[in-house]
Write a protein that binds this ligand. Structure first.
Ligand SMILES: *Cc1c(COP(=O)(O)O)cnc(C)c1O
Length: 490
């Protein structure tokens, strides 16, 4: 865990940051304009923007010198002082926070679904902030509302959801999943039914349970179905559960399939699940927060075959593709259902000249233009670049699997870029101690893996989406893990 201490007050001048000191060149002493001048580019503002970009560029360019997880995070002074700070002081404070930040660009940063950011998406995010448009209403974001709608339609159609398909951006997959279930409930006319249930795999993401709680449903509304040896929802067991549900005359709110489970990257059998849902008239939501982007390329689409059969689909380009956070989409075969469910009327706005205002297509009101960074990032990569990102991630997972296979481990993988493992036959207590100690030894080698509790036992998990991770990191992981298995388990 990173230590936390507060920086001495500015007057104390003790502002030395830990790690490599990145000197901040002086910025013109003129005070910074608080708001952009509408008639001229203030030179001090231009310099501030350039210096901030350079500071960020240096942070990226020195990532390999700092560990994935910083040892110390120094908190700058938090409260605004009586007199506002000048540009140089602002950048200095910013540097303190940057020095204590998680370091996703380090080649050993393999713990979570948080890769280095796609560079064009970072620039687009800065520009989106600068435009300060609001996706709530079209008159507050004329070009961006249309861009979002067109981009969601392109993505939905490319992923196979059909010609009319489209959707909306959301700040994260948890929100996309929540909105999907709210739409499914509305579509089924099940508002106010506390006996409505959602079936999902036992390995479904925690955000599904959270969504049901937010929707005011009791815990038993979440009905987990056991998974097979590959971590996939067992379709015959779901068929049985749906039959029972029909016999009891109780409503099914939705079936949630996962395209990429969080610990091992398993993909539920989407085709058979869609068929089953059709025959029962059940809404199929696919949580493709991790895996859905595979559907964008010919070469990897078969990993998530059947994606297009969903009624609704969550996609998180912030994960495998590295679009700057947050970037998530909720896509629907019939996007009109969003407005049917969420429209409130916006009496203080001019009418929408498209279909519906952004603020009436989801739970969020005021919303940043997250579509901009996704759009620019995808344009930067191109279809070949997207394929190359996926190729690299899958190749690294294969290689790590090959290196770990000879060891005495239980390996949990799937078709995506995740690999989890724990000593074969270990007890929960042994797995807990082994994973804590081994994670520590890996961290000492600047290799950061995560330590999920899965099926009652701790595992180490590598997420191989970091494009900077190479053969030397993979071999180092295998070496540390092999050494850890030489000692008897505690
Ligand atoms: C990450 C994840 C989510 C939640 O996405 P957030 O953006 O973190 O809210 C949902 N489902 C799956 C399978 C995930 O991996």
């Amino acid at each position: 865990m990173p230590g936390l201490r507060s920086a001495p007050s500015r007057a104390g001048a003790g502002l030395q940051a830990p790690g490599p000191a990145l000197s901040v060149p002086p910025v013109a002493a003129r005070p910074l304009v608080a708001f952009p001048d509408p008639a001229t580019l203030d030179p001090a503002l231009g310099a501030f923007l350039n210096q901030a970009s350079e500071q960020l560029g240096r942070w990226w360019a020195t990532a390999a010198e700092r560990p994935p997880l910083p040892a110390l995070s120094v908190l700058p002074e938090v409260a605004p002082q009586a007199r506002g700070l000048e540009a140089a002081a602002l950048l200095e404070d910013l540097q303190l926070v940057m020095d204590g930040a998680y370091n996703p660009c380090h080649p050993g940063a393999l713990a979570h679904l948080d890769p280095p950011p796609l560079t064009a998406s970072v620039v687009a995010d800065l520009v989106a902030a600068g435009l300060n448009n609001n996706l709530l209403a079209e008159e507050l974001s004329p070009s961006l509302s249309r861009l979002e709608r067109a981009l969601c339609s392109w993505m939905a159609q490319t992923l196979g959801l059909g010609e009319r398909a489209g959707g909306v951006c959301a700040s994260g997959g948890s929100l996309s999943n929540l909105m999907a279930l709210v739409v499914a409930r509305h579509h089924g006319g099940l508002q106010g039914r506390s006996d409505a249930v959602v079936f999902c795999s036992a390995d479904a993401h925690v955000s599904i349970g959270k969504a049901l709680a937010v929707m005011g449903l009791p815990p038993k509304a979440l009905q987990p179905i056991p998974v097979d040896a590959e971590g996939r929802l067992q379709v015959p067991l779901l068929a049985e559960a749906l039959e029972q549900q029909t016999r009891r005359g109780e409503p099914t709110l939705a079936v949630v399939a996962t395209a990429g489970t969080t610990v091992r990257g398993a993909v539920d059998p989407l085709g058979p699940l869609a068929e089953l849902c059709r025959s029962h008239g059940a809404w199929l939501h696919v949580d493709g927060a991790i895996g859905a982007v595979c559907g964008l390329t010919g070469r990897h689409a078969q990993r998530v075959a059947g994606l297009g059969l969903a009624d609704s689909l969550t996609v998180n380009p912030q994960k495998l593709l590295g679009v700057a956070k947050t970037s998530s989409l909720l896509l629907l075969a019939d996007p009109q259902r969003l407005a049917s469910c969420f429209a409130t009327g916006l009496p203080y706005m001019e009418p929408s000249w498209g279909e519906a205002h952004g603020g009436e297509c989801g739970l969020q009101g005021t919303r940043p233009a997250e579509a901009l960074k996704l759009w620019l990032g995808l344009r930067q990569l191109g279809l070949e670049g997207i394929e190359a990102v996926l190729d690299g991630a899958i190749a690294r997972r294969r290689r790590l699997r090959q290196l770990l296979e000879p060891l005495d481990l239980e390996l949990l993988g799937g078709p995506l870029h995740l690999l989890a493992f724990t000593p074969r036959g270990s007890t929960p207590r042994q797995a807990e101690l082994w994973s804590a100690l081994t994670r520590q030894r890996l961290l000492e080698q600047q290799l950061m893996l995560s330590r999920p509790l899965h099926n009652g036992r701790h595992h180490l998990k590598a997420v191989l989406g970091n494009p900077h991770t190479g053969e030397s990191q993979l071999q180092a992981i295998a070496r540390v893990v092999a050494a850890s298995l030489q000692e008897p388990l505690a």
